[in-house]
Design a protein around this ligand. Sequence first.
Ligand code: UT7
Length: 334
Amino acid sequence: MAKINQRAGAPASAMLGLGVYRPERVVTNDEICEVLDSSDEWIQTRSGIRTRRYAGEGESLLDMAQIACERALKASGVAAGDIGTVILATSTHVQHTPAAAPMLADRLGSRAAAFDVSAGCAGFCHSLSVASDLVRGGNARYVLVVGVERLSTFMDPTDRGTAFIFADGAGAVVVGPSDEAGIGPVAWGSDGSQSHVITQSMRCDELTPDHPLVVQMEGTAVFRWAPFAMADVAREAVTEAGLSLDDLDVFVPHQANLRISETLARNLKLPETVAIARDVQDSGNTSAASVPLAIEAMVRKGDAKAGDTALLIAFGAGLSFAGQVVTLPPVADS
Ligand code: UT7
């Protein structure tokens, strides 16, 4: 048997810089309710959402991802040519093949290995874990991770269960070697018995010409599941990092619904000193982009800063979920 060499990587990894892109177009609840049978009051009370952003006409998924990545590279001080792997998490890339990541890498001037991750709203936290392991395993020195969605393309504006929730945006980080561990062990898993709860199926038939890939969601099922199931995942992530809840400065749950975030924090018995991300109020649910966007919003508003210890938890279609404790990186100005 031939002796196969394996690479050895960095002893520790961390996020080195974060950048985001928010489309310019702000969409109010009143605008949503011009088509949707709902009201600003109902949407705010049930979800916390006040506004969200939609990509402009001609503004593509790759356009948004590129800007977020360029900002993350700048914040980290890493050159695009030094990136060894690009991981793009999304549910809204319009082609099954090829993946979006190689096109993104090309735009950035990189020939790195590049692939997409499909894990719904949990895609960013899945990708962050893979990136950390690539750096620690030695298969890449620097990894670019981006969560990006253009969900406005895939919504039925008259669907009361989704039309006011989902939105567009991008958030990216550079992961690389670090003196101190800045990305804790991932707590993750799936429950495929609930695969029907959030779907975006291929239905390119004459009955759905305008929305062939429309997102469908049993929101109440997610609502009943997430605040309880994710509390266990959160505890596992904190314990595996060798920490307790008292060590946390910041809690960044996936921005699905403010009531889910608040119930989850209550179930966890999170200390009151821990700042909780509330970006869903201004950004809606941007799926794979929501966690990095929420981090950026907290840092911009002074609710968090680089060096803070943060618990990230994401969950969504699959059902899939992932979370980890991280040290917040420097954040680029947007
Ligand atoms: O990213 C992970 C994916 N998941 C999510 O982002 C969402 C998770 N779930 C949720 O955010 C919530 O389940 C929703 C916000 C989607 C819905 O809130 P809910 O409290 O679960 O409402 P519900 O569906 O149980 O409906 C309550 C009431 C019903 O009326 P009655 O039967 O009480 O008279 C609905 O008919 O609200 C009515 N309703 C609406 N009214 C105005 C349902 N949707 C709407 C609407 N506008 N859009």
